[in-house]
Write a protein that binds this ligand. Structure first.
Ligand SMILES: Nc1nc2c(ncn2[C@@H]2O[C@H](COP(=O)(O)OP(=O)(O)O)[C@@H](O)[C@H]2O)c(=O)[nH]1
Ligand SMILES: [Mg+2]
Length: 323
């Protein structure tokens, strides 16, 4: 194990991948091992910048990450990419799409790409992703990009574990905001109107203006500089606008650091993670224990047959758990 840790710290990608596999494994011996590894690494300095990306399938998240990632590598940064796909559990297939492999970026020595084999509860995904981030940080990755599909509340999860949260939108005519949930817009730091190239360019400008005016109706967030959240039309295919995206991220981060918000946000995130973990542990360890499951089954039968009310049933269960 110590050898593995040393190799991770030296930036060995195979060891990093191995450790992430341990973190994702449900085997008890793997879990014990991963806990030991994470424990040894928890005091390593964490100087990485974590960027979250969300958007509907096909909007261009992976393409964006690949193009931005390559630009960052040119700036001599080490870039890690983690992809979260909460859908694979129900559909049995990934909706992150085939570009998740990011052919060009994956050839770079300073890039590490980890598509998610995810399944399980959102809480479980959150925990594994946080741990994977810790491992990437220990391996010296300075920029960590987390891609997720904007479904199933995974975007909330990603905004809880990243420093900057970007929403990707496709150009579309009409006045509608394409059914983008208000909640997602509210947690976004930067809204990127992707595919602003070719025939779509004028439509992208229009879409960009729509989002700008929509954002004006939102309450200003105290941890945002003036003129944020920003809307930027880009083309992930040609790379147009991406250097502006990077300078905008840098501007936002340096402002937040200067004002102390950067650390405040991270502290808030830790508390949010605790809440999520608590919920997770409760679901998996308590509700999921055979004894309690048996009790739940019995209560459900009683409720079904009218012997007990839902309220009484819940009360009885809590009593049993607390006992
Ligand atoms: N024209 C154009 N197409 C793009 C752009 N970005 C991505 N695409 C295309 O959109 C499709 C989906 O891209 P992908 O990155 O897999 O989307 P994801 O599902 O959000 O990760 C692919 O065929 C890309 O080539 C862009 O900026 N302009
Ligand atoms: Mg993708």
């Amino acid at each position: 194990m110590n050898e593995l840790i040393e190799k991770i710290k030296k930036g060995d990608r195979r060891s990093l991948a191995k450790a992430i596999t341990l973190v994702e494994s449900t085997r008890i011996d793997h879990q014990n091992l991963s806990r030991l590894i994470l424990n040894k690494l928890k005091n390593e300095p964490k100087s990485s910048l974590k960027i979250g990306l969300t958007g509907t399938p096909g909007v261009g998240k992976s393409t964006f990450i690949e193009t931005l990632g390559l630009q960052l590598i040119q700036k001599r940064k080490k870039v890690a990419v983690l992809a979260i796909d909460p859908s694979s559990k129900t559909t049995g297939g990934s909706i992150l799409g085939d570009k998740t492999r990011m052919e060009l970026l994956s050839k770079e020595n300073n890039a590490f790409i980890r598509p998610s084999p995810n399944s399980g509860s959102l809480g479980g995904i959150a925990k594994r992703t946080r741990e994977a981030i810790t491992l990437c940080e220990a391996a010296g990755y300075e920029i960590i990009l987390v891609e997720t599909v904007g479904v199933g509340q995974s975007e909330t999860l990603v905004s809880e574990i990243t420093d900057v949260f970007c929403l990707l939108i496709a150009p579309a005519g009409g006045d509608e905001l394409q059914g983008v949930k208000r909640g997602i817009m509210e947690m976004s730091d930067i809204i990127l109107i992707n595919k602003a190239d070719g025939e779509l360019k004028p439509i992208a400008k229009q879409t960009s203006a729509q989002y700008e005016s929509a954002l004006k109706l939102f309450r200003h967030r105290k941890y945002d500089p003036p003129y944020f959240p920003k809307v930027i039309p880009i083309s992930s295919l040609t790379g147009a606008g991406l250097s502006q995206v990077w300078s905008t991220i840098e501007e936002l981060i340096s402002w937040r650091k200067q004002k102390g918000f950067f650390d405040d946000i991270r502290k808030d995130q830790k508390v949010a993670s605790f809440n999520r973990e608590l919920n997770n542990v409760f679901q998996e360890k308590i509700i999921g224990s055979p004894k309690i499951l048996e009790k739940i089954k019995k209560i459900k039968t009683d409720i079904y047959q009218g012997y007990t009310t839902p309220e009484e049933g819940a009360e009885a269960l809590i009593k049993k758990i607390l006992h």
